[in-house]
Design a binder for this molecule. Structure first.
Ligand code: HEM
Length: 477
C-alpha cells in the first residue's frame, strides 16, 4: 500500500523489460509524465523502483551503506570479469581503500606525464591506420575510437610493457573478457556457455600477464614511472597488509574495463557531434591556434586548461550521451521517501537515472541541443545549477578522499556518493587530449552534409552509437 505506482504491463516476469531496454531515457520520461519522479517497473521479474529528479538522484546515489548496496547487483557480472577480492567481490570498506589507492595514482604529476603519451598514441594511430590513408574518406568511427581509447589508457595507466602487449595478445583477450559484460549475464553469468568460457580463460590469462610483469618489475628494482601498477605495488591496507599481486592485477583489469567502455563511447559521440557541427570543429582549431600559437607545439597538460571550448566538448557530450544510463542498488532496509507516503521495501531494486535531469528544460534551456558554448557562464543557454554549485563546495569523505557531495546536481555523468567515479579527471585528460589532437589533424562532416546525429544503441551495459556510424573526414594541410 505504501509502494510507488507500478508501470502497467501484460506479462508477469517480462514486465517492462522490453520497453525499458529498447530506450531507457524515453521510458523514464514517458513514465515521469504519468507518475511523477517515483515509480516501479518490472525488470526481469524484479520490482525496480526508479527515483528521478535531483532529489531522486541524491536519494539513490547518496543512500547510506546500511540501506543501499551496489555489490549485490553488479558482483555477478563484474567478479568473473575483474577477478576475485576487488571492487564488488569484497566488503565495501575494502573497495573504499582500493579506490583511494587508485585515486592517489591519478595526480597532476601523473597527468603531466600522460598528456604527451596520449597525444603521441593518437598521432601515431592515425598515421598507421589504413582507415585514414590518403587525403579524405569515410570511416565508421566507433571502432577507431575504441582502439585509440585502449592504446591511450593502457599506455598511460599501465605502462609501456603492457601497452606493447596490446599489439599482440592482449587486444584479443580483452575482447573475449568483454563478452562477460553483456546484460544477459545478469542472469547467465554462471552458465557454462561458450562466451563465459572464453571470458574465464581471458581473465586468467590477462591477470597472469599483469602478475608476471609485477614480478619482473620487482626483480628489476624501483623505477620513477608514474603509472598505476607502480602505485598499487607500494600500496598497503589500513591493517598493514600490502596489496597482494592478484588484487593489483584484478584492479588493473577493473580500471581498464571501467574506463574503456565509458571513454570509448564518449569519444565516438564527440567525433559524431563534431561531424554534425563543422562550425564548432573550426572554432576548436582556431582556439588552439590562438591559445597555443600557429605552429601548434606538442600538447601539454597545462595547455588543456587554456582551451575552454575543447573542455566544453567533453562536458556537453556527456550531458547528452552519458554512457551509463541506469545505476542500480539493492535495498538492504526499508527506505521511507521523505515528503511522500512511500516506503521502498527490501524486495525492490532502486534505480537512478541522472541523464533525465541532464536533459530537463528546467535546468538546461533547449535541452536536446548539443551546444558546447552553453557551459560559458554568459551564454543564453547556460544551465541553472544554483543548488549544485552550493553542494559542489560541500566535501565529504567516504574513505577514498574528499569528494564533493553534489548528489542533488542535475548533471551527474560520473555519479555521486561512495561509488562515485575516481576516473573523472583521467577521463577528462584523455578525452580532451584526444579531441585536441583530432582537431589538429582533421576536418569532419556528416556524409550527407546534414546536422543529423545517429541514434543510441542501449543493448549493452554502456550505451553507444548504433553502427555503422560513418563520418566523412578530410586531412588538414
Ligand atoms: C564509477 C562514469 C571513466 C573508474 C563510475 C560511476 C559512473 C562513472 C556513473 C558510478 C557507478 C555507480 O554509482 O554504480 C564514468 C564516465 C567515464 C568514466 C562517464 C568516462 C567518460 C572512468 C575511468 C576510470 C573509471 C577512465 C578508470 C581510470 C571508475 C571506478 C568507479 C567508477 C573505479 C567506482 C565504482 C564503485 O565505487 O562502485 N564511473 N566513468 N571510470 N568509475 Fe568511472
Amino acid at each position: 500500500p505504501n509502494e510507488p505506482p507500478v508501470v502497467f504491463h501484460w506479462f508477469p516476469v517480462i514486465g517492462s523489460t522490453i520497453t525499458y531496454g529498447m530506450d531507457p531515457p524515453r521510458f523514464f520520461k514517458e513514465n515521469r509524465a504519468k507518475f511523477g519522479d517515483i515509480f516501479t517497473f518490472i525488470l526481469l521479474g524484479k520490482k525496480t523502483t526508479v527515483y528521478l529528479g535531483t532529489t531522486g538522484n541524491d536519494f539513490v546515489l547518496n543512500g547510506k551503506h546500511k540501506d543501499v548496496c551496489a555489490e549485490d547487483i553488479y558482483g555477478v557480472l563484474t567478479t568473473p570479469v575483474f577477478g576475485k577480492d576487488v571492487v564488488y567481490d569484497c566488503p565495501n570498506s575494502k573497495l573504499m581503500e582500493q579506490k583511494k589507492f587508485m585515486k592517489v595514482a591519478l595526480t597532476t604529476t601523473a597527468f603531466q606525464s600522460y598528456v604527451p603519451i596520449i597525444a603521441d598514441e593518437v598521432s601515431s594511430y592515425v598515421k598507421r591506420c589504413p582507415d585514414f590513408k590518403g587525403k579524405s574518406g569515410i570511416v565508421n568511427i566507433p571502432k577507431n575510437m575504441a582502439e585509440i581509447t585502449i592504446f591511450t589508457a593502457s599506455h598511460s595507466l599501465q605502462g609501456s610493457e603492457i601497452r606493447s602487449k596490446f599489439d599482440e595478445s592482449l587486444a584479443a583477450l580483452y575482447h573475449d573478457l568483454d563478452m562477460g559484460f553483456t546484460p544477459v549475464n545478469f542472469m547467465l553469468h554462471w552458465a557454462p556457455l561458450p562466451w563465459n568460457k572464453k571470458r574465464d580463460h581471458a581473465q586468467r590469462t590477462i591477470a597472469k600477464v599483469y602478475m608476471d610483469t609485477i614480478k619482473e618489475r620487482r626483480a628489476a628494482g624501483k623505477s620513477d614511472a608514474q603509472d598505476m601498477m607502480w602505485h598499487l605495488m607500494s600500496a598497503t591496507y589500513k591493517n598493514n597488509v600490502p596489496v597482494p599481486d592478484h588484487e593489483i592485477a584484478h584492479m588493473l583489469i577493473a580500471l581498464l574495463m571501467a574506463g574503456q567502455h565509458s571513454s570509448s563511447s564518449t569519444s565516438s559521440w564527440m567525433m559524431l557531434r563534431l561531424a554534425s557541427r563543422p562550425d564548432i570543429m573550426e572554432a576548436l582549431y582556431r582556439e588552439q591556434v590562438e591559445a597555443l600559437g600557429a605552429d601548434l607545439p606538442a600538447l601539454t597538460y597545462e595547455d588543456l586548461a587554456k582551451l575552454p571550448l575543447n573542455q566544453a566538448i567533453v562536458k556537453e557530450t556527456l550531458r547528452l550521451h552519458a554512457p551509463i544510463h541506469s545505476i542500480m542498488r539493492a535495498v538492504k532496509s526499508p527506505m521511507p521517501v521523505s515528503g511522500t507516503k512511500y516506503v521502498i521495501p527490501t524486495s525492490h531494486t532502486l534505480l537512478s537515472a541522472a541523464g533525465v535531469t541532464a536533459t530537463d528544460p528546467a535546468y538546461f534551456p533547449e535541452p536536446d541541443l548539443w551546444e558546447p558554448t552553453r557551459w560559458n557562464k554568459d551564454s543564453p543557454l547556460a544551465p541553472s545549477l544554483a543548488r549544485n554549485e552550493a553542494e559542489e563546495e560541500e566535501k565529504i569523505d567516504y574513505g577514498y578522499g574528499l569528494v564533493s557531495k553534489g548528489g542533488h546536481s542535475p548533471y551527474l555523468p560520473f555519479g555521486a556518493g561512495r561509488h562515485r567515479c575516481i576516473g573523472e579527471q583521467f577521463a577528462n585528460v584523455q578525452l580532451q587530449t584526444i579531441n585536441a589532437m583530432i582537431v589538429r589533424m582533421f576536418k569532419f562532416r556528416n556524409v550527407d552534409g546534414s546536422d543529423k546525429v545517429i541514434a543510441t544503441d542501449y543493448a549493452s551495459l554502456f550505451s553507444r552509437p548504433i553502427e555503422p556510424a560513418n563520418i566523412y573526414w578530410e586531412k588538414r594541410d
